[in-house]
Design a protein around this ligand. Structure first.
Ligand SMILES: NC(=O)c1ccc[n+]([C@@H]2O[C@H](COP(=O)([O-])OP(=O)(O)OC[C@H]3O[C@@H](n4cnc5c(N)ncnc54)[C@H](OP(=O)(O)O)[C@@H]3O)[C@@H](O)[C@H]2O)c1
Length: 314
């Protein structure tokens, strides 16, 4: 597989096999570093860039990431060459959470303005809103698709049964439903004795993967390089199980002469070859082009059936 390959995820949207996260761009990652990382990713053949209407509000106002991306898109004149994904529905300094019609309309307008574009390629519901009827949310998203402001809908941090319910409601109304899911996922398993830091932030497990396979929905896997924890054990999030699987990954990467993050990326990008597994598009980020380059190398790594199997069983 090559980074220049394209995967059709529906709605006429074709994405590279690894996505770039822009969450910290403009806040903890400086404008200069963010532009360098974006240039490096696109220069290497990537086209799938991820942001949100609230990034990164915990370190600023929540407008920084989309605003920086808008400036970068304009300065590089590359809007038609990239797929921009953004999100709505999460908190921004105590406001903004929810998927009511007026919220979706307002925040879509804000995202388009900040991104300096006339369309969002992939628009995610960032987290579930159980207090708004599913039909209201579906109608609001469908209006955006009808107006050409959004090409494809996705959801993130939803329980799978809620995705099934939302899909059924959209189908009943003849409206477009969620076609792609974004969820935390990486090579290591999550510890069952330790809740994720936030309730929404669950690592995709077997049930979710089987659901996605059944629904033919790709998984865009966030925090897929375990926040740098493959390269540097001190960065590994504590709710992931290290142990033998971790040791096997790091040892094998060393034998292959690649970074352990790259091997984790290779495993995710090739998981669709395992019967019953969905297409996974690893989504990761960095403030440093050299770290990004190291992890992107995983996309091009050829995994034999035997090694893929060994990695799955470890
Ligand atoms: N839907 C959601 O709720 C949700 C939640 C979280 C994130 N996301 C999306 O997913 C994207 C990625 O998420 P993430 O930042 O959590 O995951 P990540 O890409 O797994 O982690 C990024 C971190 O890993 C470090 N890193 C990467 N490669 C490294 C290396 N070779 N050596 C040392 N450190 C390395 C980076 O540090 P350096 O900067 O030093 O390289 C950075 O701190 C975000 O930008 C966002 O778009 C979505």
């Amino acid at each position: 597989m090559k980074l220049t390959d394209r995967i059709d995820i529906g709605g006429g949207v074709a994405v590279s096999p690894a996505a770039l996260g822009a969450m910290n761009f403009g806040t903890t990652t400086s404008r200069e570093d963010a532009f360098a990382v974006l240039d490096m990713y696109v220069g290497a053949g990537g086209n799938f860039i991820d942001t949100s209407n609230n990034y990164a509000h915990w370190a600023g106002t929540g407008d920084e990431s989309e605003t920086l991306l808008g400036e970068w898109l304009e300065s590089r004149g590359c809007r038609d060459d990239v797929v921009i994904a953004t999100k709505v529905g999460f908190d921004r300094h105590g406001t903004g959470a929810g998927l009511r019609r007026e919220q979706i309309e307002y925040w879509a307008g804000e995202s388009l303005r900040k991104l300096r574009t006339d369309r969002i390629d992939v628009y995610y519901a960032h987290t579930d809103d159980t207090s708004t009827p599913l039909g209201e949310t579906a109608e609001a998203f469908a209006s955006l698709v009808r107006e050409g402001k959004v090409r494809l809908l996705g959801c993130s941090n939803f329980d799978t049964w809620r995705v099934a319910d939302a899909t059924a409601e959209a189908e009943r109304r003849g409206l477009p439903g969620y076609r792609v899911m974004q969820q935390r996922f990486t090579y290591l398993y999550a510890r069952s004795d330790m809740a994720p830091k936030y309730i929404f932030n669950e690592t995709a497990g077997r049930e979710r993967l089987r659901f996605l396979y059944d629904r033919k929905m790709p998984l865009v896997a966030y925090s897929s390089t375990a926040r740098g924890g493959y390269a540097d054990p001190s960065r590994l999030p504590p709710d992931l199980i290290a142990g033998k699987r971790y040791d096997f990954l790091r040892m094998t990467a060393c034998e292959l002469g690649v970074g352990a993050g790259a091997l984790a990326v290779a495993w995710m990008a090739n998981l669709y070859r395992v019967p019953g597994m969905p297409r996974v598009i690893p989504l990761f980020s960095s403030s440093k082009p050299e770290h990004l380059k190291e992890n992107l190398a995983g996309v091009e790594l050829e995994l034999s059936d035997g090694l893929l199997d060994e990695l799955c069983r470890a």
